[in-house]
Design a protein around this ligand. Sequence first.
Ligand SMILES: *[C@@H]1O[C@H](CO)[C@@H](O)[C@H](O)[C@H]1NC(C)=O
Ligand SMILES: *[C@@H]1O[C@H](CO)[C@@H](O)[C@H](O)[C@H]1NC(C)=O
Ligand SMILES: *[C@@H]1O[C@H](CO)[C@@H](O)[C@H](O)[C@H]1NC(C)=O
Length: 337
Amino acid sequence: MRWSTTLVLPFLPLTVLAGKFNDPALRSRHARHAIQARTNSTKFAIADYYQGESFLNEWDFFTDADPTNGNVNYQSQAQAVQKGLAFVQADGTTVLKVDNFTNVAVGGNRDSVRISSQKTYNGGLFIADFWSMPHGCSVWPAYWSVGPNWPSQGEIDVLEGVHEQPTNQYTLHTSEGCELGNSFNTKSVLSTIISDNCASSGSDNRGCAFSDPSTESYGHGFNILAGGVFAHLWDSTGIYIWRFTRAAIPADITAQNPDPSTWGTPAASFPASNCDIASHFSEHSLVLDTTICGDFAGPTYAASGCAGTCAQAVANSTNFDFAKWEINYIAVYNPTN
Ligand SMILES: *[C@@H]1O[C@H](CO)[C@@H](O)[C@H](O)[C@H]1NC(C)=O
Ligand SMILES: *[C@@H]1O[C@H](CO)[C@@H](O)[C@H](O)[C@H]1NC(C)=O
Ligand SMILES: *[C@@H]1O[C@H](CO)[C@@H](O)[C@H](O)[C@H]1NC(C)=O
């Protein structure tokens, strides 16, 4: 969710780093470690299950100016409910959306919603099931988690992108001393490395990031399949993210008896080999938001294929018809062994 002006467009992945991660000797040494680490089966017990009204009552509505400089007026819970920007549908799914019924002046702000869990976490298995996610010209949604003191308590961006980009980006932001490292095994993930240094320094806040190669991972391509699940495991060995389209959600997830050791290669992984997870990530709230323009969607607007300028896009309500989260649930599990 944090971006500097030194941007990497997720739809223009850099290949300059590729050679660094392809040393065969390093790869095979690391592969054994990575495969063993994720082969061990761990049992998980459900700790929190957010669904329906829980997103309105057990999460806080952020009402300050957007820290990422987006053209949004984040609404309080009462305002969001009253304006129809946050509500529970008859089928139990929760909608969090951007105002798509008011035209605002060019240069103005549009009403939107940003919520964060009151509970905080120091690890666990997080399973988020979305029926649909926001997308559209100028739109910048994210499902992420962050500690109170940024960047020293870390940030995990599970689902994030801008405009009508076709694929998802997975990113960590940290303080110094956390990276994917030279020995990272590119075969241990389904995604492509965009950048390897997780630490934010100076104006470079790119973080360490992966681009998911599948158009089923983001926006329209995700939504037309009735969405799916993003699951991430955060433990002392690393942070691992899996993605499943709705038709491919593992039965153990649906049965609330998840076993990540059976899920195969993760979409993205951030092993502890070059990042002490415990000292870089703590007290995370889960966050769902949709901002507009700002530090990421603003500078990337011109190359996005969208018409006009970002400020003009904000003004036109028709750009926000798909700027909507439809959340089935978010479940949090703790390991029991
Ligand atoms: C997995 O199990 C093996 C054998 O019991 C053990 O040596 C290894 O440390 C375990 N890995 C993790 C990540 O717990
Ligand atoms: C708003 O956007 C729609 C779709 O791109 C377009 O048809 C319409 O003319 C725009 N309205 C204004 C006031 O620019
Ligand atoms: C807002 O978007 C929804 C689809 O998400 C659409 O059904 C509705 O007609 C739109 N509202 C307006 C005023 O265009």
